[in-house]
Structure formats: structure tokens, C-alpha cells
Design a protein around this ligand. Sequence first.
Ligand code: SAH
Length: 265
Amino acid sequence: MNNFQMTPGEVIFVGAGPGDPELITVKGLKALQQAELVVYAGSLVNPALLDECPAGCEIYDSAPLNLEQVLVLLIAGARAGKKVVRLHTGDPALYGAIQEQMEVLDSENIPYRVIPGVTATFAAAASLKQELTLPGVSQTLVLTRLAGRTPVPDSEALRNIARNGGTICLYLSVGMMDQLVVDLLAGGVFTPQTPAAVVYRASWPDEKIVEGTLADIAARVAAAGITRQALVLVGEVLKARRQGVPEKSKLYDAGFAHGYRSKVE
Ligand code: SAH
């Protein structure tokens, strides 16, 4: 395997994965093991990962800091020639606010790289033992959110997204379950019978799964006391699992040739 090396004075944005510390990538782990300064997103990054940092590594939780304070740490560390890691939950490209950090590093001429991570959606699918794209049911996965303090562009309002059906996975929205259900139904494709699942802290030891339909998922989530740190998954794929896959995937179909296998006639 290639031996990943950090360069002194460089910032690496690392996706920590969804929670289970063994779900960080090999490269992300190597970055942590070489880091001299780490700024981690304390709310959802498993602190067990910080045990991987070498002795003497400076470690800061970004949860109580604003963007400017985070940037001061990253820039000062890089300017001092340190190997700097900015550790984000899941994958840094999703709701990670890394763009504004990278733009400032660009303007300060500080080199950086990004190491992807396992986003919460895929940890939730793994916990549910659920494929999110089933032939004949759905071949599309939408990752989205309801507007909160951060607005969502009108064309992407959940009621508009829901018009396409498919599989939808909602981040940052479990605290607004009633609104979420109203918007999903307003799209005119999903019905009160459409299956839904909520996964709280996927891959953490205290993970919880709540399953239901759009008719009852809000009440079930309220009963479970889940208000944050959870994903909401919606779509017919969740039911197809229990009823059997209607159409087998072409990928493993003996009559279907692809780049790595020839067709059996
Ligand atoms: N960059 C992260 C998302 C950050 S936004 C990623 O790729 O996963 C934070 C939101 O992500 C939470 O409010 C929650 O909706 C979701 N989330 C993050 N980790 C999660 C987990 N382990 N289980 C369920 N939802 C999670």
C-alpha cells in the first residue's frame, strides 16, 4: 500500500466517518497518526480517534469555536510548519462547511488536501442491512435536509424533491419530523404507507433504529425521544427488503455481460 505522508505546513481535511472509530479510511488514520495539530468537530467525531494522534499533538475541539477561531488555529499551525488535521464527521463534503475554510486557506497560500470519509447515510444503510438502490424500485438516492437556520433553495424544497419519489435520506432534520412528513406527502408520490426509517447515531454503541411508515414514523421517533444526531430514510426500497427484491440486479445476472465478465448464452 502507498505510504501516505503529510507535508509540514499542510492542512489535511479528514472525514472521520460516522462514529465507529474503525470506519475512518486507512489514509485518514495515517494522517491522524502523523498530525502535530488536530482540530476536530467534537459533537459527532468519536474522541477514541484522538488516541491515534502522536504524543505531544495539540488537540482542539471546534464545537465551541466559530469559523474564524478555527481558521486562526489551522493557519497558525500550518505557518509554524506543523502537520495539521481538520477532522470532520462523516465525509467533509456534506454539510461540513469546509468550502469556506478552504477558500481562506487558498487566499493565505496554505496547501491542503481532503481525505474523504464514510458519510452517515452509508452507516445507516449498513445498520439497516439495506440496499438503497433496488432494480425496479428505485435507482436514485437523494441526500438532502429540511431548511433550518440554513435555508434550502426553493427548487430543492423537500416537497419539490419528493415529487420524484426514489430513496431520500435526510440529514439535520429529525427535529422537524411533522414538517418532514407533510412535505414528503405534498410531493404527491409518497403516501402514508411509504416506509421510513430513522437511524440515531449509526455505528455508535448507543445506535437506535426506528422503523415505520410516513403515517406513524413521526410518532415513533417522538416516543423514542430522538431529536438530533439521526438520519431519516424514506422510500419503497425499505419495504421491498421485507417483501423480497422484485427484480434481481443485472450486475450478477448470468445473462448480462459487463466489463469484467462475459455473458453466459
Ligand atoms: N459530514 C457529515 C454530516 C454532518 S451534518 C456526514 O457526512 O455524515 C450532521 C448531521 O449528520 C446530523 O445532524 C445527522 O443528521 C447526521 N449524522 C452524522 N453522523 C450520524 C450518525 N452516526 N448517525 C445518524 N446520523 C448522523
